[in-house]
Write a protein that binds this ligand. Sequence first.
Ligand code: 2P0
Length: 327
Amino acid sequence: MKATAKAHTNIALIKYWGKRNDSLILPTNNSLSLTLDGFYTETTVDFQDSLTEDSFFLNKEKINGIAYERVTLFLDLIRKIADKPNLFATVHSTNHVPTAAGFASSASGFAALAAAGSKAIGLQLADHELSRLTRQGSGSACRSIYGGFAEWQQGTLEDGSDSYAVPIAEQNFWDVRVAAIVLSAKEKKVSSREGMKRTVDTSPFFKGWVDSIPADLREIKQGIEARDFEKVGAVAEANCLKMHATTLGAAPPFTYWNDITVSVMQTVQKLREEGIPAYFTIDAGPNVKVLYLPENEDKIVNTFRHLPGVTDVIVSKPGRGVTYTTE
Ligand code: 2P0
């Protein structure tokens, strides 16, 4: 009972920032993302009757501790759905997500684990069912089931049964590019899980954030449909700034930005003044992602590669949804 799946990471243009239920991973707002072809995880799950516990290997190294716990707790969910409580697995994952680029490998990681694990145990899940399962490993991962643009619908039910992602526009609909601007900064101090919780619990700006989401979503979906890059970029950049503003209001306050983050943001705004359409977005870390169109790729790469404090620029096209390798 073995299966292999590959899933790509995604970048949120309308951010997921806040949970209404921590254990089921139910968000306080819808979010919308673009799946990226440059960054992915490939995972093989092999269930065997002879095993008495799960084991997890990441890039060929045996993993213990919290990362192992998250994998085995997630396999418990799969075992429960399949009604096979005593069937254990060996999991091999290979990450093609450079950690320095500041993309969460948890998104591609849990999407690949959910896909390979559910297939290996014999479940045949529809995409939305797979997305709903994936959500319980890591929220943002539920969007990586699909290629191109996807929206995670927060849902209204307490048990989370209507909280999953749906496709908005497929991979080949529109060639929008994303450059990850890698900074020479150390690892972040506040994890996204902790930062999100602190914001929900203490930031007076959190309500304003949540209230502003429906209009942002409406506008960005109109922009995607019309392939209106300025509209999509402007909404994404403003949404990112609002998310980061909530952290400054938290107690104790925190920010994911450093001086180079701000310098990259200012450079993006300067490019726009020069007539190059480029927009930034930032997740729970100091690195900046820049949205641009293919005809401006050289200009974008050259501009940021030479900016002080930038160590690398990694470009990506829209990516595909989950795929399976048959053996
Ligand atoms: C996002 N982020 O929408 C937002 C924007 C970070 C900033 O989703 O606790 O690793 O596993 O559900 O998905 C990062 O949070 O958190 C994240 P959990 P996750 O991409």
